[in-house]
Write a protein that binds this ligand. Structure first.
Ligand code: CMC
Length: 431
C-alpha cells in the first residue's frame, strides 16, 4: 500500500495523474506509473532503464552508493566467508538458508540431475573446434529444452523446482564439455562421490589415464568466485531471462538468452576482456598510455573491469576478490606480474580525476580473471564459468517472476522517430 504519491501534470492540457509511490524494504521508492498511458496518453522514456524498476523482487538488494550487496538479506561478505555455492543457490531459490537435512537433500538432488542426455553430447560436434565457448554454451543450454517436454509446465511449481535443480546441476557438465571438445579431450561423466565444485574441476581437467586429484587451493577459490557471481539483482542478463521467460517461453531457452547477454564485454565478458587488456598493457610503465586512451572521447577504449551502472563506490565483490587474489597468489607462491600491473592500474585510476568524478571503481571482473588465470583456467572459459554460477540467480529470478501475482509478458514501448506514413512505390518508379 502506498502512503505517498506523486502528481504528474501535463502542462499543455492541464490533465493530472496521481501516481502512488511504494517503499521497498530498502532502496529508492518507486513511482507506479502503470496508468500513465491510460490517463495521460504518454509513456516514460528511460534508455538503459537507469531509473526504471521493472519488477518487484525479494532476492537480492544492492546499494550502489554504499557498496552493499545482500542476498535474501545476508551480506555478501558473510556468505563469501562462511557459505558454499550450493547453499547460496538454495538460499536464492528458497528464500531461507537450509537446515542440515534440507542442505543434504539439496546437494543430493543436484548430484542426481548432473548427467545430460547422451544425445546432447553430439551437439558439440557441430561447432568448430575454436568456437567461442559462450556461443557453444548458448546453444547447448537451449538444446537441453529439447529433452524435457513433459516437465516444463511453467505454471506447475513442481516443474519449476525440477527445472531449477536441472539448470544448476547440468551447468558444470555443459560448461566442462565445451572445454573438453575445444581441447580434443573425451567428455567426462560426473562423479557423484565428489562435491559440486570438485566435480566440475574433475569434468574439466581430469586425464583419462590418470586418477584425478583437484588442486586444493582451487576448490575454495572457485567456491568463492561462484558465490560472488551467483546473483546480482536485475542485471542485463537477469532482465533478459525474465523478459524471455515472461513470454512463457521454455525456461532453458530463457536461460540461454541470459547466456547470450552475459557474453557482452560490458557485462560478463569483461572478465575475459580484463585479461586481454592487462596483457596488452604488459608493463606498469605503459599504464598511463591506456588511462589516456580510456579518457579520450574519440577512442572507444574503456578500462575493462572499471565502472558499473549501479555501483558508484567500490564493488563489494571486487573488494573480496582483490584480497582473495592476493592470498591465492601468495599461497601458490606465484609471482604474477599481471597482478602487479592490475594493482598499479587500480591505484593510478583511483587517483585520477576522470575516474573520481565519474565514480568509476574496479568491479568484480577486474580481479576475477586473475584468479581463474592463476588456476590455469583458459581465458575463453572465464565467462562460461560466470554463467555457470549466475544460472542459479537467473533461475531463482525466473521462478520469482512466475509466482508474482502481477506476472504478465514484458513489453516495453518506444519513442518512434522514423518516417511518416507514406505510400508504397513500385521498384520501377523509384529514383
Ligand atoms: N573506462 C572509461 N570510462 C568509463 C568507463 C570505463 N570502464 N566506464 C564508464 N566510463 C565513463 C563513460 O565514458 C561516461 O563518461 P561521460 O560521462 O564523460 O560520458 C561515464 O563514465 C558514465 O558511463 P556510462 O557508459 O554512462 O555508464 P553505464 O552505467 O552505462 O555503463 C558499464 C556501465 C559497466 C557498462 C561501463 O562502466 C563499462 O563499460 N565498464 C567496462 C566494462 C566492465 O567492466 N563491465 C563489467 C561490469 S561488472 C560485471 C557485471 O555485472 O557483469
Amino acid at each position: 500500500m502506498a502512503n505517498r504519491s506523486v502528481i504528474i501534470t501535463d502542462q499543455t492540457t492541464g490533465k493530472q495523474l496521481e501516481c502512488p509511490v511504494y517503499e521497498g524494504q530498502y532502496g529508492a521508492p518507486v513511482i507506479d506509473i502503470k496508468n500513465l498511458y491510460k490517463e495521460l496518453g504518454m509513456f516514460t522514456f528511460d534508455i538503459g532503464y537507469a531509473s526504471t524498476a521493472a519488477c518487484r523482487s525479494a532476492i537480492t538488494y544492492l546499494d550502489g552508493e554504499e557498496g552493499v550487496l545482500l542476498h535474501r538479506g545476508y551480506p555478501i561478505d558473510q556468505l563469501a566467508e562462511k557459505s558454499s555455492f550450493l547453499e547460496v543457490s538454495y538460499l536464492l531459490i528458497h528464500g531461507e538458508l537450509p537446515n542440515q537435512t534440507q542442505l543434504d537433500e539439496w546437494n543430493h538432488a543436484i548430484k542426481m540431475h548432473g548427467m545430460t542426455h547422451e544425445h546432447l553430447s553430439r551437439f558439440y560436434q557441430g561447432y568448430r573446434y575454436d568456437a567461442h565457448p559462450m556461443s557453444v554454451l548458448a546453444g547447448v543450454v537451449a538444446a537441453v529444452a529439447s529433452f524435457y517436454h513433459s516437465s516444463t509446465d511453467i505454471y506447475n511449481p513442481e516443474h519449476r523446482m525440477l527445472t531449477a535443480r536441472r539448470v544448476i546441476a547440468k551447468m558444470p557438465n555443459l560448461v566442462s564439455k565445451i572445454y573438453r571438445y575445444g581441447s580434443g579431450l573425451p567428455f567426462v561423466y560426473p562423479d557423484n562421490s565428489r562435491d559440486y565444485i570438485e566435480n566440475f574441476m574433475y569434468m574439466m581437467f581430469s586425464w583419462p589415464t590418470e586418477p584425478y586429484v583437484a588442486n586444493p587451493v582451487a576448490l575454495p577459490a572457485l567456491n568463492l568466485l561462484f558465490i560472488l557471481h551467483a546473483d546480482h539483482e536485475q542485471s542485463a542478463s537477469t532482465s533478459t531471462v525474465r523478459l524471455a521467460g515472461s513470454a512463457e517461453s521454455n525456461p532453458f531457452a530463457a536461460v540461454s538468452a541470459g547466456v547470450a547477454t552475459l557474453w557482452g564485454k560490458a557485462h560478463g565478458g569483461a572478465n575475459e576482456a580484463v585479461i586481454d587488456m592487462l596483457t596488452e598493457i604488459g608493463d606498469a610503465k605503459n599504464i598511463h598510455k591506456f588511462i589516456a586512451r580510456a579518457k579520450d572521447k574519440d577512442d572507444n577504449f574503456r578500462l575493462m573491469g572499471f565502472g558499473h551502472r549501479v555501483y558508484k563506490n567500490y564493488d563489494p565483490r571486487a573488494k573480496i576478490i582483490r584480497q582473495a587474489c592476493h592470498d591465492l597468489l601468495e599461497s601458490m607462491n606465484l609471482n604474477q606480474p599481471m597482478f602487479e600491473v592490475a594493482m598499479e592500474l587500480e591505484r593510478i585510476a583511483l587517483e585520477d580525476d576522470y575516474f573520481i568524478s565519474r565514480k568509476l571503481y574496479p568491479n568484480v571482473d577486474f580481479y576475477s580473471g586473475l584468479i581463474y588465470q592463476a588456476l590455469n583456467i583458459p581465458t575463453s572459459m572465464f565467462t562460461p564459468m560466470f554463467a555457470l554460477a549466475r544460472a542459479s540467480g537467473w533461475i531463482a529470478q525466473w521462478m520469482e517472476m512466475l509466482s508474482d501475482g502481477d506476472f504478465r509478458i514484458g513489453r516495453p514501448r518506444q519513442l518512434y522517430i522514423g518516417a511518416q506514413r507514406r505510400d508504397y512505390v513500385p521498384v520501377a518508379q523509384r529514383g
